[in-house]
Design a protein. Structure first.
Length: 489
């Protein structure tokens, strides 16, 4: 460290002797007031000719206090190529605690390149790889301004490990923000981004991150094969205190909207978390857009009440959207004010399964207020109904058939011709214990065809018989149709 006190300034003396073309040594000129305000006329020699210029057209540098010899290792946006060298307009005041580069900026209406007044570039990362650069096949637009830029190009020769063992986490960083606090009333933010609108119809972002595998932030050149690619990672090392429990609350991400009343709500909608497809054109989607990795989470997802009241308020719903032809439909699932899981469906409920169960409940019921379609069947403790159509086993008349069926829940039999059969066996899907069926002859009702009922059951069959008014087994009339409803037990 060395104590440096440098003051670079030029001033034009108004001494009367100059008007008389008298030569006065520079050492005898009066000291000018600094910093210069830009209205002064300053002589400067350019190509052997003395000219006048405003001090705002060249840099003014003031360095005070104890400054490290390495305070300006490298360059800052081309402003300093070495300590004390000023090549860009602007007023810099540099002290051990502050760097201030106040300037008007680029030619806002016409510039077409990157404007970086302050940049620290390690490894000489090319400007084309930085934000706003013209990468191969990338975006081509107007100028782009960044007030402070940190750039880093890590070579393949960098093999120094931050963490031993060549494990993930060995990284270099373009820009770092570190903050530590011991204040009980003042929090600490490592990195802060504030985006503010200063006119109508602007776009504002508090933060934006890009992760790319092609050496540029955009473009069409071939990408590199990567081990992992993450747009944002949040790590939260939490260590137990030396004694007692750890108070407080731990949040992974907090999204806190501050819309100031209903009149300030945007007409286009408010969306807390929006995930677009994995490709810009939507042709490639995420394998899992929101994924909860297996672990001992108490809850995977919690939806609070729809409103701030705590009296008769249903939960916030989940909206399942789709298209029937070109018409958008919406299905809402929520907890109602009676504590039930409710569904507002656009059409019906279709249940497809390949396992052993679809709906399982231990203490409450499942109420389906609209159509429910079970593609393969449903079960309670065991199979209750199946979508497999029953078949004719034996008995009945000549050429009996299953006329129609909706699985085992409801089906119709034609008893066949002949007029001599009084019973028949129907083959059913395999149940755990057996089948309970009701049967009705919907063709004939007489003293001889008075009652058709189930008389026997196995795990895979049902036997039905027709009785006359006296309770004696009697033949059905030829081609009579029998409607049956069966449930497994």
């Amino acid at each position: 460290m060395r104590l440096v006190s440098i003051l670079l300034s030029l001033a034009l003396s108004a001494a009367p002797a100059l008007a008389q073309n008298n030569r006065i040594p520079i050492t005898d000129l009066p000291t000018a007031s600094t910093p210069l305000n830009g209205s002064e006329v300053v002589p400067i020699v350019q190509s052997g000719v003395t000219k006048k210029i405003s001090p705002l057209n060249f840099g003014f540098l003031t360095i005070t206090g104890t400054v490290s010899p390495y305070s300006f290792g490298g360059s800052i946006g081309g402003v300093f190529s070495a300590l004390g060298s000023v090549t860009t307009a602007g007023v810099w005041t540099i002290t051990p605690s502050a760097i201030n580069n106040s300037q008007a900026g680029p030619a806002w209406g016409s510039y077409t390149t990157q404007y970086f007044p302050a940049i620290s570039n390690i490894g000489n990362l090319p400007l084309t790889s930085m934000v706003g650069g013209y990468s191969p096949g990338g975006y081509v637009s107007g100028g782009m301004t960044a007030a402070l830029v940190g750039a880093l190009d890590t070579p393949s020769t960098d093999t120094a490990l931050l963490q031993p063992g060549n494990v993930p986490g060995n990284i270099n960083i373009g820009t770092v923000g570190n903050c530590r606090t011991a204040s009980t009333i003042k929090g600490c933010v490592g990195v802060f981004g504030g985006g503010m609108a200063n006119a109508d119809t602007t776009q504002v972002f508090g933060a934006n991150f890009v992760a790319s595998n092609n050496g540029y932030l955009s473009g069409t050149n071939a990408g590199f094969k990567f081990a992992s690619l993450a747009g944002l990672e949040v790590d939260m090392p939490v260590i137990a205190p030396s004694s007692g429990t750890l108070p407080g609350v731990m949040y992974g991400i907090i999204l806190h909207g501050e819309v100031n009343g209903s009149s300030a709500k945007p007409t286009g909608g408010t969306y807390g978390l929006t995930i677009f497809p994995a490709s810009l054109d939507g042709s490639v989607g995420w394998d899992c857009a929101i994924c909860l990795v297996g672990g001992s989470n108490t809850e995977g997802l919690r939806l609070g009440p729809q409103g701030t009241s705590n009296n008769n308020v249903k939960s916030q719903p989940i909206n399942f959207q789709g298209y029937a032809s070109t018409s958008l439909y919406q299905n809402l699932v929520y907890g109602d004010i009676f504590g039930n899981l409710s569904m507002d469906v656009a059409n019906g409920i279709v249940v497809n399964y390949s396992g052993s169960a679809v709906f399982q409940t231990t203490t409450t019921s499942v109420n389906l207020n609209k159509q429910a379609i079970f593609a393969q069947g449903f079960k309670l403790a065991n199979l209750a109904a199946s979508n497999t159509a029953p078949t004719i086993g034996s008995g009945f008349g000549t050429s009996p058939s299953i006329v129609a069926s909706n699985g085992t829940v409801a089906f119709q039999i034609n008893v066949g011709t002949g007029g001599t059969a009084s019973s028949g066996v129907i083959t059913m899907p395999t149940a755990t214990n057996g089948w309970s069926c009701s049967a009705n002859d919907v063709t004939t009702q007489s003293t001889s065809v008075f009652l058709t009922k189930q008389i026997a059951s196995t795990t895979s069959s049902v036997t039905i018989t027709n009785y006359n008014i006296s309770g004696v087994a009697t033949a059905w009339v030829a081609s009579d149709k029998i409607n049956l409803m069966c449930m497994a037990f």
